[in-house]
Each structure stands twice: as structure tokens, then as C-alpha cells.
Design a protein around this ligand. Structure first.
Ligand SMILES: CC(C)(COP(=O)(O)OP(=O)(O)OC[C@H]1O[C@@H](n2cnc3c(N)ncnc32)[C@H](O)[C@@H]1OP(=O)(O)O)[C@@H](O)C(=O)NCCC(=O)NCCS
Length: 144
């Protein structure tokens, strides 16, 4: 199986529905399309893995700019379709994302793994990440 890695364009949005759902979210085309346009405007990228016209995996890059910590690359929304896992697709998606973030001036790459998904942290460590800290994430609704 030959898998290609490239930045997604708006014509790919409909086909990422199974990946959004595999991450545990509902897929609403209008919402995801608008989000994709916003991430493009910010200069972020959505990298996809494709084979025979099917999208098998995705990862989003973002550049996190903080006054105290500096500029760091981050990957979010990494997902590979269940029947295509353990074939190195996530590793290649991350390699592609890493190259994009290096080209944007990032010298470190960060990922946040949900503590409830124990195996995911192990996968990142296999890929070369180092566990640096545990955090609590809090949220507040600011528009009713
Ligand atoms: C996490 C996920 C993206 C991994 O995708 P994948 O394509 O199967 O990963 P890869 O095949 O590239 O594997 C990368 C490394 O992790 C290892 N690995 C893969 N699955 C593993 C598992 N379940 N447990 C432990 N290690 C695993 C592989 O052996 C490989 O290591 P190696 O290079 O030393 O052999 C995929 O399981 C997934 O989509 N999960 C659901 C969504 C999710 O949890 N995303 C992460 C959000 S933070």
C-alpha cells in the first residue's frame, strides 16, 4: 500500500468525517469547513495521509506563541482510521508535521495526550517524545 502525505485543501474536508468521528466528535460539514478556513488563515496546516483516494489519517499543526515560554510547534487532532493503524501512518504524519513546523521557525514540538488514553502516551514515547508534565485543563463558557 502506497501512502502519500500532503496538506489538506478544502475539497478534502468532507472526507475527513470518519476521522473527526473516530476522535469522538460529531461531524458537521459547515462547522468543520469554517474551522478549516480559520486554521488556514492563522497559518496552521492540516496534514492528511491518503491512499487510493481515501483519507486514512490526519494531524493538525499549530504554532503556540507565549510571552514567557517562547514559540513552540504543537500537533493536535492526530487520528488514523482504525483498520489502518500500526502501519507507521501516525509516525509519518508526525514527521511531515514536524518538517512544516521547523519551516515556520519552531525548535520544539509538543503534543498533549489525554490521560485516559494510556496507550497514546506510549505511542508518542515510541515516536521520540519525552513526557514533561501533567496538567489540569479547565474551561468556562464565555458566550451564552
Ligand atoms: C494514536 C494513533 C494516531 C496511532 O496511529 P498509528 O498509525 O497506529 O501509529 P503508528 O503505526 O505510526 O505507530 C507509531 C509507534 O507506536 C507504536 N504503537 C502503535 N500502536 C500502539 C499501541 N496500541 N500501543 C503501544 N504502541 C503502539 C508502533 O509500534 C510504533 O512504534 P515503532 O515505530 O517503534 O514500531 C491511532 O491509534 C489513533 O488514531 N488513535 C485514536 C485517536 C487518538 O487517540 N489520537 C491521539 C490524540 S492525542
Amino acid at each position: 500500500m502506497t501512502v502519500s502525505y500532503k496538506q489538506a485543501s478544502e475539497t478534502d474536508i468532507e472526507d475527513i468525517a470518519p476521522l473527526v468521528e473516530a476522535l469522538g466528535y460529531d461531524f458537521n460539514f459547515a462547522v468543520v469547513y469554517k474551522t478549516f478556513k480559520s486554521l488556514q488563515t492563522r497559518g496552521d496546516s492540516l496534514v492528511i495521509a491518503t491512499s487510493n483516494g481515501q483519507i486514512l489519517g490526519m494531524v493538525q499543526t499549530l504554532v503556540d506563541v507565549r510571552i514567557a515560554e517562547g514559540i513552540s510547534g504543537e500537533i493536535v487532532s492526530l487520528c488514523v482510521l482504525p483498520s489502518f493503524r500500526s502501519k507507521g501512518i501516525a509516525k509519518n504524519l508526525i514527521n511531515t508535521a514536524r518538517a512544516i513546523l521547523v519551516s515556520k521557525g519552531c525548535s520544539t514540538l509538543r503534543v498533549r495526550a489525554n490521560d485516559e488514553r494510556k496507550e497514546v502516551k506510549d505511542i508518542y514515547i515510541r515516536i521520540g517524545f519525552e513526557h514533561i508534565k501533567k496538567q489540569n485543563v479547565l474551561m468556562q463558557k464565555i458566550v451564552q
